[in-house]
Design a protein around this ligand. Structure first.
Ligand code: MN
Length: 395
């Protein structure tokens, strides 16, 4: 029953599979709640962008959450719809009532979590996980086993954990860097070794506590992890998760892997999730931030005007943005000329050079870049001044 069309195809043919958890881990961000309508909209957008699997939420929470997941599973999307569960049969029964095609069975594997959070033992963890996976598999569902806090788990126990998961029929193992303590060099070694030792399909689920969620996802990918867990805008617990748009663009441009993702819709998707989550996109956010294609400094603006590839690695259109030449303290005369061309005014090199001084001093006074209107006021003043000088010299 599991595996909607696009997910099934990806399982057969795609080197990497994107698993988006904006609706689960993203919503777990402190203070973030999506309405059901927003969840459905986000799921549709994720599907249309080309994400392969959507982790839609936690059915056992009941109420609205369960309703939204059921609705998303009923949309007939190409992406697989996964529900998150603790390692127990009741959670999974709740998920099955939502008609999802895939199940995430999550349980901690680190001693810190087993002792202090679960108040349990390694043996009990293995037993509960094995039983839960067997139950989900007996219903024909696709199953990911999530080793929570995997990055702080003793390696030998992680192997044992993986062995039990595989024996119970798990389709993949999610390596959760729950507290974000991995770094890319260690990640590469850990995942290479784990794949060698288990032969299992691995998913990277990385957190950004040290700003390395994307780097760790990519290090895992390089080591052979096929599934990459992401969220739109990197939304997620604490410092967030690996950002969908960053992972997808890095795989495309730095690894040369075409995931057939509709990247031109990234900004729209990011905007929507930003509004729905009440977490605005920082201007310097990689890939989709407004500043990604804003050029102010004279040298950069001049370069970009001559040939965008001088200071841009990909085009703004590729991610749904626009190039902007910003007029500010660091602007040069070429940028000023270009700005006036937008308004049908062709300045000579001399005029633009002369305008640069009052423009720069205005930006320093105001401590910001100028609005186009302000630039026009400066231009009008400049023309009046010229006029006065002219009449002064002729009379
Ligand atoms: Mn997480």
């Amino acid at each position: 029953m599991y595996g909607m069309k696009k997910f099934q195809e990806a399982l057969k043919s795609s080197k990497f599979i994107l698993v988006d958890t904006t609706l689960r881990d993203g919503e777990q961000t402190a203070g973030v709640v999506f309405s059901n309508q927003e969840k459905i909209r986000i799921a549709k957008m994720l599907d249309s962008v080309g994400v392969h699997q959507i982790e839609a939420g936690i059915p056992v929470m009941g109420g609205d959450e369960k309703k939204a997941i059921t609705q998303i599973a009923g949309l007939g999307l190409g992406a697989s719809i996964m529900a998150w569960n603790r390692a127990n049969v009741n959670d999974i029964k709740q998920s099955m009532e939502c008609n999802v095609d895939s199940i995430a069975v999550s349980i901690s594997s680190s001693d810190i979590h087993i002792k202090h959070k679960l108040n349990s033992s390694r043996e009990q963890v293995l037993e509960n996980m094995g039983k839960a996976v067997e139950f989900a598999k007996s219903s024909g569902l696709y199953v990911s086993v999530n080793a929570e806090d995997a990055s702080r788990t003793e390696y030998d126990f992680l192997l044992q954990f993986a062995g039990v998961a595989r024996k119970a029929g798990a389709d993949r193992l999610r390596i959760c860097d729950t507290v974000g303590v991995l770094e890319p060099f260690h990640t590469y070694e850990l995942i290479s070794r784990l794949i060698d030792d288990t032969g299992m399909d691995i998913e990277m689920h990385t957190h950004n506590d040290f700003g390395m969620a994307v780097a760790n996802a990519l290090a895992g990918a390089k080591a052979g992890a096929r599934f990459l867990g992401v969220t739109v805008n990197g939304l997620g617990e604490r410092a967030g998760n690996a950002a969908l748009e960053e992972v997808a663009m890095a795989l495309g441009h730095l690894f040369g892997e075409d995931l057939k993702v509709k990247t031109k819709d990234f900004r729209e998707l990011s905007d929507y999730v930003a509004r729905a989550s009440g977490r605005s996109i920082p201007p310097s956010k990689p890939i989709v931030g407004t500043n990604t294609f804003a050029h102010e400094s004279g040298i950069h603006a001049d370069g970009v005007i001559k040939d965008p590839s001088t200071y841009e690695v990909f085009t703004p259109e590729e991610v749904g943005l626009e190039r902007q030449i910003i007029i500010g303290k660091h602007s040069g005369s070429r940028a000023v000329q270009l700005k006036f061309q937008e308004y049908g005014i062709n300045l000579s090199a001399e005029e633009s050079a002369e305008l640069l001084e009052p423009i720069r001093s205005a930006t320093v006074d105001l401590k910001r870049t100028l609005f186009d209107k302000e630039i026009m006021y400066i231009y009008e003043e400049y023309l009046k001044q010229k006029e006065r000088e002219k009449s002064g010299t002729t009379s």
